[in-house]
Design a protein around this ligand. Structure first.
Ligand code: DAH
Length: 338
């Protein structure tokens, strides 16, 4: 076989093998086999030495052309293979893809964000406090004397070191008042803990948003106005509120606020237990004892405070009938609220 014929044969063979190659590794092997230092083409070119100048020229030209052609054919094929996900014949390209599930905020976070957002638009700043709190900030500075029965109502978890898991966000009032001078207008969201029996309406961990405003002449009317504006935003414009007298050690006077049932509009249904009203928060005018504890002059400073449970608002607004659903993290439930 002449050198020309040999070249022709190698060329045909190489083209076929490259075009049917199924992987990048296979192509690399072919490149080495034909173009590498010990490859077939290289071997032929070495044999050129013994030929006449005319033959050298002819064959050398053909060989170089072949070399660059095969080289670029291999490169193209490599790119083509890299573009495909797989060349495995058992891979079915017509199958629909598996969609990735996208994460989203939890209903509690959504509600918390809605609530803080509404108050931020009314000029409240945001603050936070520690979840493991001292008795002083959780109780004493809030005017809960040591043996006050209101302490028992809070079902407190204690740590071994005598700290408490905060039972409410009200202690943040004390921490912020200590740091600032009036006017102070703050909203403080956070997680709280109570050692309570778990049922459809109670869980040992839940979230509250505390609001407080201290300034020179704050009135109960201001408090009513802010809470009404808040409920109009969160529930619906014009929803009716009822301020019921109540008691908290850190406010005087104190009230609990009921909103007209969001489900039946006050006619009576199973959500409002046929009362037409739903309790949503506690509030009042900040007790002078609290101002004394933080070094404010109660003769000069007045203020209001309020605290609400986020889970309760979420259950009402999104018509969920069991608080435990918020903590079981069953995605079939959670993904309904994005
Ligand atoms: N801290 C109270 C609770 O957890 C809620 C509360 C009531 C907060 C009245 C307040 C308030 O700021 O003024 O039950």
């Amino acid at each position: 076989m002449s050198i020309i014929e040999q070249l022709q044969r190698i060329e045909n063979e190489a083209r076929n093998k490259v075009s049917s190659a199924k992987s990048v590794e296979e192509l690399e092997k072919l490149r080495v086999a034909y173009l590498g230092k010990k490859g077939e083409l290289t071997t032929i070119l070495r044999g050129l030495k013994s030929l006449s100048p005319e033959e050298k020229k002819e064959i050398g030209g053909k060989a170089n052309k072949f070399k660059s052609e095969i080289d670029s054919q291999i490169k193209d094929k490599k790119e083509q293979l890299a573009d495909n996900v797989s060349t495995d014949p058992s891979f079915d390209y017509t199958l629909p893809g598996r969609p990735r599930r996208q994460g989203h905020r939890h209903l509690i976070t959504i509600t918390m964000d809605e609530v803080t957002d509404i108050f931020q638009r009314m000029g409240f700043e945001i603050a936070a406090g520690p979840e493991i709190e001292s008795d002083y900030y959780n109780f004493e500075a809030l005017n809960f004397p040591p043996d006050h029965p209101a302490r028992d109502e809070q079902d407190t978890f204690y740590t071994e070191g005598g700290m408490v898991l905060r039972t409410h966000t009200s202690g943040i009032q004390i921490r912020e008042f200590e740091k600032r001078k009036p006017p102070v207008k703050i909203i403080a969201p956070g997680r709280v803990y109570r050692n309570e029996a778990v049922d459809a309406g109670h869980f040992c961990v839940f979230h509250q948003v505390e609001g407080f405003y201290a300034d020179s002449d704050v009135t109960f009317g201001d408090l009513k106005g802010v809470l009404e504006a808040f409920c109009y935003e969160l529930f619906e414009e014009g929803v009716k509120l009822k301020f019921r007298p109540s008691f908290f050690p850190f406010t005087e006077p104190s009230a609990e606020v009921d909103v007209q049932c969001v489900l039946c509009g006050g006619k009576g249904c199973s959500l409002c237990k046929y009362e037409g009203w739903l309790e949503i928060l506690g509030c009042g005018m900040i007790d002078p004892e609290v101002f004394k504890a933080v070094g404010y002059d109660p003769e000069k400073t007045t203020g209001y405070a309020f605290g609400m449970g986020i889970e309760r608002l979420a259950l009402l607004k999104y018509r969920v009938n069991d608080i435990r659903l918020l903590y079981e993290n069953d995605t079939r439930f959670i993904k309904q609220f994005r």
